[in-house]
Design a protein around this ligand. Structure first.
Ligand SMILES: C[S@@+](CC[C@H](N)C(=O)[O-])C[C@H]1O[C@@H](n2cnc3c(N)ncnc32)[C@H](O)[C@@H]1O
Length: 225
């Protein structure tokens, strides 16, 4: 179909407009590394806080979110990076706000949102600067691989603790198992009644001739979702 002949279904338009070199995981379309538009974007935007690529913890988080009915939920993704989890949630019908300390990640979020035919809000803010009303109104706060420095533990604990006290529904954070994450999760289990444990999923992207490798890590959950 000619791109000027869009239907009234943005998801279908995006699917038909998707470049042949895109690939998909959990229903999320991603450009291949050699995609010209992605290469151009990389030349113009260089994220500075590890948001320069999607991380495997996103697959762990999405594989958990697959179990939840997300349609209509208000979701805040903290440390969103390229926003794969945000895009998955928006694709499922959630109202998503993607947040990150680094404004340089949002052109990637926009590119992937367009590719997937979804819309979402975004906010540039560090964990300790997120608007209280945004967090308090959320049904679910999510994050993938967001606790990788010792200094992040206190900010994330305060965000979760104060958010829950103000009305935040649930929390789900995935991680490869880094030491700062383990400190955060231990505090959340001990003081907030969170659940924490191993999580794994099949690597969804690789064109693999045999059995696909497994992505392993940890998952922190708090609240009913
Ligand atoms: C390892 S990346 C993970 C990105 C994404 N969640 C994923 O799984 O692909 C960590 C992300 O956290 C963001 N970040 C780092 N420090 C932050 C802070 N203090 N507040 C908010 N976001 C932060 C980075 O900019 C980056 O996008």
């Amino acid at each position: 179909m000619d791109s000027s002949q869009n239907t009234d279904d943005p998801a279908r338009d995006a699917e038909e407009a998707a470049p042949s070199q895109s690939r998909q995981a959990f229903g999320v379309q991603l450009p291949r590394p050699g995609d010209p538009a992605l290469r151009s974007l990389r030349g113009q935007n260089v994220p500075h806080y590890q948001g320069h690529r999607p991380w495997n913890a996103s697959w762990l988080l999405i594989s958990y979110l697959e179990q939840i009915h997300l349609e209509g939920l208000r979701i805040v993704d903290v440390g969103c990076g390229w926003g794969l989890a945000s895009i998955y949630c928006a694709h499922q019908g959630a109202q998503v706000t993607a947040t990150d300390i680094d404004p340089q990640v949002f052109p990637y979020v926009s590119m992937l949102s367009t590719l997937n035919g979804v819309e979402m809000d975004h906010v540039t803010a560090s964990f300790d600067e997120l608007p209280t009303e945004l967090v308090a109104a959320a049904d679910l706060l999510i994050g993938a691989d967001i606790c990788f420095r010792v200094g992040m533990v206190a900010d994330l604990y305060d965000l979760i603790q104060s958010g829950r006290a103000a009305g935040l529904g649930s929390v789900a954070i995935s991680d490869p198992g880094r030491i700062p994450y383990r400190d955060l999760s231990a505090r959340c289990v001990a003081d907030l009644g969170a659940q924490e444990g191993p999580w794994q999923t099949v690597e969804p992207l690789l064109d693999w001739p045999g059995e696909r490798p497994t992505v392993t890590g940890r998952l922190l959950r708090l609240g009913g979702t």
